[in-house]
Design a protein around this ligand. Structure first.
Ligand code: FAD
Length: 304
């Protein structure tokens, strides 16, 4: 594969304004770390997205569908393929009756704001999750006892072979931080959620309460990817990490948060390698202390 000439072909497909080269992952992820992404494409509509997908697959070029990058660590050596971002042009949100429709690149916080504006309850829990609808469904994002699986009606999904399929909530196979998208490589183009009529004052009060609980418990002042590890059955990752004596453990500018041990944070200029080293050390130390194996929730890609 002649990489540069292929990337130039992509500019022909997506338009020069929507193709950028060597974009630092630190600017694309909430961890604010990682090396250059060789090519970043921001398709202007779903047809262009399908054409870009067909081209990268035909070329055998590695590709990755980027959401907000809030659950992602890219290696310091960067990502050598094509990242596709839907946030710029495929992020429209609207409601119709009690149903909220959102494109895959819409931020969950914007969906919560729209639901509030239209007096719809049931999306408040997602207002503080800093990811997109696509990334949220991929992970079945959830907080404070609710998950996207509670309200999703269906999603329109672009499959790797170019077919667009409609998945009902049941077909999405949503369980704790899991969806069938993790196996089938489908890209969420848009999704619909059933909400319920509510009073704006109640919706706002709940969102404000959840936001203040987050501010109180979570190290939002530092870059991170939220909870670094999945919750092991029967335990809380943060508690296990704290019990293993790791609160405040640090390698360079990466460390286990003093405020919430479930968060590995970037104190300023951490490299991806430092962040990963803190994660590896944490998992090892917790296993040694409690015999529980922590599994990262954060996705790691690229060259470390
Ligand atoms: C401060 C902070 C707090 C957080 N709190 C929570 C929380 O309370 N609950 C929670 O669940 N998570 C939380 N997170 C983690 C993160 O926000 C969620 O996992 C979120 O769902 C990730 O969405 P994203 O758009 O950032 O996805 P990314 O990190 O960009 O990608 C994650 C995965 O989703 C895939 N993906 C992205 N878009 C699509 C698409 N359109 N179609 C198919 N696949 C796609 C990507 O390819 C990747 O595999 C938090 C993170 C931070 C930084």
């Amino acid at each position: 594969m002649n990489t540069m000439s292929f990337f130039t072909d992509l500019a022909g497909i997506a338009g020069e304004a929507d193709v950028r080269f060597d974009v630092p992952a630190s600017a694309l992820t909430t961890f604010r770390a990682g090396g250059p992404v060789a090519c970043l494409v921001t398709p202007r509509d779903a047809d262009v997205l399908a054409s870009v997908l067909a081209a990268v697959r035909a070329e055998g070029c590695p590709y990755f569908l980027l959401g907000r990058g809030s659950n992602l660590l890219v290696g310091d050596g960067g990502y050598p393929g094509v990242m596709i971002s839907m946030r710029q042009h495929l992020s429209h949100v609207r409601t119709e009756g009690c149903v909220l429709h959102a494109e895959g690149g819409a931020m969950m916080s914007d969906c919560a704001k729209q639901a509030y504006a239209d007096s719809l309850a049931g999306f408040e829990f997602a207002s503080g999750i800093p990811g997109t609808i696509g990334g949220g469904l991929y992970m079945n994002a959830g907080a404070y006892g609710s998950e996207l699986s509670d309200s999703v009606l269906y999603a329109r999904v672009l499959m790797p072979d170019g077919e667009v399929r409609t998945f009902t909530g049941a077909m999405l196979g949503l369980s704790y931080r899991h969806s069938v998208l993790q196996e089938n490589g489908g890209i969420v183009l848009e999704a619909a959620f059933r909400l319920r009529p509510g009073k704006q004052e109640d919706i706002r009060a709940l969102m404000e309460d959840l936001a203040s609980r987050r501010r109180e418990k979570q190290p939002l002042e530092y870059a991170s990817a939220g909870s670094t590890f999945k919750r092991p059955a029967g335990y809380f990752a943060g508690k296990l990490i704290e019990e293993a004596g790791l609160k405040g453990f640090r390698i360079g500018d990466a460390g286990v948060s003093e405020k919430h041990a479930g968060f590995v944070v970037n104190y300023g200029h951490a490299s991806a390698r430092e962040i990963r080293a803190v994660m590896d050390h944490t998992a090892e130390a917790v296993y040694g202390h409690s015999g529980v194996m922590l599994e990262p929730e954060v996705r790691m890609i690229g060259v470390f």
